[in-house]
Design a protein around this ligand. Structure first.
Ligand code: TXA
Ligand code: MG
Length: 349
């Protein structure tokens, strides 16, 4: 923060937003991952309002955002050494930890669970807002339930204008996919949602780290009998209006398959969109072809994915085909979100 400015938003507006939160209102704000829809995490009425504004099922718990390490002890019943290590390594940043909750956190915020999800974001506006609001801000992604998480303020407005008191605008977010969620109430700790902080990065700090069975099953294309342990992961998320299919295989086979499908879909009156990488872009023949970035640059692919899905909605595309991405590192998070958006629809060519 310099000269009273906080990346696009001035401190007066952030103070005003903090007052709104203290009085039980809702404010959307930027974080380094995606925009969040904030309410006072310790006020059950605020959490109820968040669910109502998003149209979100109330058994789907919210993440509590904090700005100081002391706040962690206030909202949790127990902090294992692993949590301190992760906080030191990755906070402030795109990591959410699941821990046993303290009594002051209402069940409305945790969707009825005895655990609480906690994250300290690194975005300057988010940190200033959390401080101005008294230290504890519950915030899911600031989209209506079932739409891609917003990566800029205009996307928040599309979904929530008129339903919330204020939107703080910090421009485009940096990462573009939601935080990694790790459950520290089990041994070894388990990744419930992959994100920018990868399994490898977590393992470097903790030793062993497992991945939730439903996340693995989604990646492997299997149906998992078990319910996901992050309740939100069971809902069909990030769904574009057009039907999305992921096409996996050798480059030329992928291009040929997509072009043949696109031709057939267009003959049937469909409007076809393609999500491709820079390397193959010129070879696609469809109504709208969008570049996710270079295949070698996963950070850009993560950054663009949700905006691309929203743009296809705006352009009223009826069928979308996407290349498949590696499932290593950040690719694991990209494919996790893409598979959900596709309702698991993958074609091997
Ligand atoms: O990057 C992010 O995490 C963004 C920004 C705004 O911080 N927030 C976000 O929140 O993605 P949301 O509500 O869209 O996703 C939270 C996920 C849901 O899948 C929810 O089920 C899970 O976290 N979750 C929250 N509390 C939990 C708990 N106590 N146990 C297990 N999963 C939990
Ligand atoms: Mg969300």
């Amino acid at each position: 923060m310099q000269d009273g400015e906080c990346r696009g938003e001035d401190l007066t507006r952030i103070q005003r937003a903090g007052e709104i939160l203290k009085q039980g209102g809702l404010v959307a704000f930027p974080t380094e991952t995606v925009y969040g829809l904030g309410g006072d995490a310790l006020n059950p009425d605020s959490s109820r309002k968040i669910y109502a504004a998003k149209g979100r099922p109330s058994d789907n718990p919210l993440i509590v955002h904090i700005a100081e390490l002391d706040a962690l002890a206030a909202i949790t019943a127990e902090i294992p050494p692993a949590a301190w290590k992760l906080a030191e390594a990755f906070w402030p940043g795109p990591l959410t930890m699941i821990l046993p909750k303290a009594d002051i956190v209402p069940k409305e915020t945790t969707g009825g669970l005895d655990t609480v999800a906690v994250r300290m974001p690194s975005h300057g506006v988010a940190l200033a807002l959390i401080r101005a609001a008294g230290g504890y801000v519950a915030a899911p992604s600031a989209n209506t339930s079932g739409r891609p998480s917003p990566t800029k303020a205009s996307f928040v407005a599309e979904d929530l204008d008129g339903r919330i008191e204020m939107i703080l605008d910090g421009g485009e977010v940096g990462i573009g996919l939601e935080s990694t969620i790790v459950d520290l109430t089990v041994d070894p700790p388990q990744i419930l949602r992959p994100g920018y902080i990868t399994q490898k990065m977590l393992a470097e700090v903790l030793g062993e780290v497992a991945v939730d069975a439903t996340v693995l099953a989604l990646a492997a294309g299997e149906d998992c009998a078990q319910a996901p342990r992050a309740p939100g992961m069971k809902y069909r998320h990030y769904a574009p209006k057009g039907q999305l299919t992921i096409v996996r295989g050798a480059e030329s086979a992928v291009v040929d398959y997509i072009n043949a499908q696109a031709r057939a879909d267009r003959e049937n009156g469909g409007k076809v969109g393609v999500i491709g990488t820079e390397e193959l872009l010129a070879r696609y023949r469809a109504d709208v072809v969008k570049s996710a970035g270079s295949r070698t640059d996963e950070a850009t692919i993560a950054h663009r994915l949700y905006a691309i899905l929203r743009e296809f909605d705006e352009e009223q595309v009826t069928r979308i085909y996407s290349e498949s991405f590696s499932t290593d590192g950040l690719g694991q998070a990209i494919m996790n979100r893409l598979l959900k958006a596709a309702g698991h629809q993958v074609v091997d060519v």
